[in-house]
Design a protein. Structure first.
Length: 262
């Protein structure tokens, strides 16, 4: 009986794992997810290292709430303000979704600055992670662009005149300033085309760019590993001289490739 029960459990287990095996054989995604979840990280990581994950969570919240708001928002000068009021007052939990999206934008930017500050103080922007730092700067610029383009969408007096000030500031940039202001306005001043243009940039262009940059950012984090704090005894360069570094301080990697410890 025990043998038969064991065979039955094995058969059930094979049936349960068949979809995962099918997906792994055809895509390799399961192995990639397993490597991502069980990869080695320095033992001295702290809560400071969770700022990146918190920023990603804030972006996902913005993505989800933005999709819900887009289902009810009307990017038209005659209907935009009324649609926002409808979302806030009439749609079930609309006030909550709009509040999460509105205040979540500030949370996303604050977490971005905190994450980049941690990276800078920990020296995680140095070799070989310079490209990841550049990508982070681009994500920050895109996040600020999201906040700027989204501010006009309620189409009230505050949004209108704040956008006028923002576009005029962009228009003072040398060489490209006038062209940038004309592109954002969709003409010589804010009009109906400005609202639809800001909506398209806010909903399609910038989120797609941020999503792609975050994917590349995560890939580089997995590829290059997590950086230990500079005061860590386990940080790179604080250990005894080994095969990666000679007595005179020259690294063999300057002449030929070598595998980094972290």
């Amino acid at each position: 009986m025990a043998r038969r029960k064991s065979d039955r459990m094995q058969q059930i287990e094979r049936m349960a794992l068949y979809p995962l095996d099918w997906l792994e054989e055809r895509s390799g995604l399961i192995g990639g997810v397993r490597y991502f979840l069980f990869r080695k990280v320095p033992g001295d990581t702290s809560w400071w290292h969770t700022l990146g994950s918190a920023t990603l969570t804030a972006f996902l919240v913005q993505l989800a709430t933005g999709v819900i708001l887009a289902m009810y928002y009307k990017p038209d000068v005659n209907s935009a303000h009324e649609s926002v009021q409808h979302i806030t007052n009439d749609v079930w939990a609309g006030w909550l979704v709009r509040g999460m999206h509105r205040w979540g934008a500030s949370v996303f930017i604050i977490l971005l600055f905190m994450h980049m500050g941690r990276v800078f103080l920990f020296g995680a922007y140095k070799y070989p992670r310079e490209l990841n730092w550049i990508i982070g700067v681009l994500i920050l610029a895109m996040g600020l662009g999201e906040g700027f383009t989204g501010y006009l969408l309620p189409w009230d007096q505050t949004a209108y005149w704040a956008t006028v000030v923002g576009i005029n500031i962009n228009g003072t940039a040398p060489f490209l300033g006038p062209f940038l202001a004309q592109f954002l306005n969709g003409g010589t001043s804010i009009n109906a085309d400005t609202l639809s243009r800001f909506y398209a940039i806010h909903m399609l262009l910038i989120p797609g760019a941020i999503f792609a940059l975050i994917g590349l950012h995560l890939y580089l984090v997995i590829r290059l590993g997590v950086t230990s704090p500079p005061w860590s005894k386990e940080a790179a360069g604080t250990g005894p001289i080994g095969p990666q570094q000679s007595a005179n301080g020259a690294r063999s990697g300057l002449l030929r490739g070598w595998r980094r410890g972290r």
